[in-house]
Design a protein around this ligand. Structure first.
Ligand code: TMP
Length: 199
């Protein structure tokens, strides 16, 4: 099993790219499982609703711990016994580093210790789709904005900086410019996955 995770701020087109990659991998004869975070288990989807609801008035620490609670369930239920050739996961622990670490200002060391505690596997490949905050939010309509998306422009600028830092510091993390056409982004995504397949 190879785990590939996808990251980026809101509006970068992650879901479209995951679906295109999924179709491409299936056309090559591979089996694929699609997951998303927070979520992908019954319990995790309940946590997701709580996390995204504007009615939840919670501390940043609660937000972080709930992300990892959902993640722990996903790892146990989906990752440890996966039989598929590929797992494509829409966000993983890099999102906690970018959003709760860089964005909310929580300790990066503490987040690393949570990654260790719940035994997060390191993905073979993490792709970050990168776009300016202004462009990302131009693609969103106001009525669909959830609790985290309402965190403001300066929060998302810090999140983006976090993602760029991660891509600079970690070998398995790659940045793709999400300003390009959907087709070009798909080509670059396939190129990274092809390198992984041929390893
Ligand atoms: P999604 O809408 O892309 O599925 O992600 C849900 C929201 O949760 C999105 O605003 C990013 C946020 N998030 C975090 O803040 N920390 C995390 O660890 C994860 C997985 C998501």
């Amino acid at each position: 099993m190879k785990l590939i995770t996808f990251e980026g701020i809101e509006g970068v087109g992650k879901s479209t790219q995951i679906n295109l990659l999924n179709e491409w991998l299936i056309s090559l004869g591979y089996s694929v499982k699609l997951l998303r975070e927070p979520g992908s288990t019954n319990f995790g989807e309940k946590i997701r609703s709580l996390l995204l609801s504007k009615e939840s008035k919670i501390t940043y620490e609660t937000e972080l711990l709930l992300m990892f609670a959902a993640r722990s369930e996903m790892i146990k239920n989906h990752l440890t016994q996966a039989k598929e050739d590929f797992i494509l996961c829409d966000r993983f622990y890099h999102a906690s580093i970018a959003y709760q670490g860089y964005g909310r200002g929580l300790s990066l060391e503490f987040i690393d210790s949570l990654v260790d505690l719940i035994k997060c596997p390191i993905p073979e490949l993490t792709i970050i789709y990168d776009l300016t905050v202004e462009k990302g939010f131009q693609r969103k309509t106001q009525d669909t904005i959830d609790r985290i998306e309402s965190s403001g422009e300066s929060f998302f600028k810090k999140v983006r900086t976090g993602y760029i830092d991660l891509a600079t510091k970690r070998n398995e993390v790659h940045l793709i410019d999400a300003n390009k056409s959907q087709d070009m982004i798909h080509e670059e995504t396939k190129n990274l996955v092809t390198i992984l397949i041929n390893k």
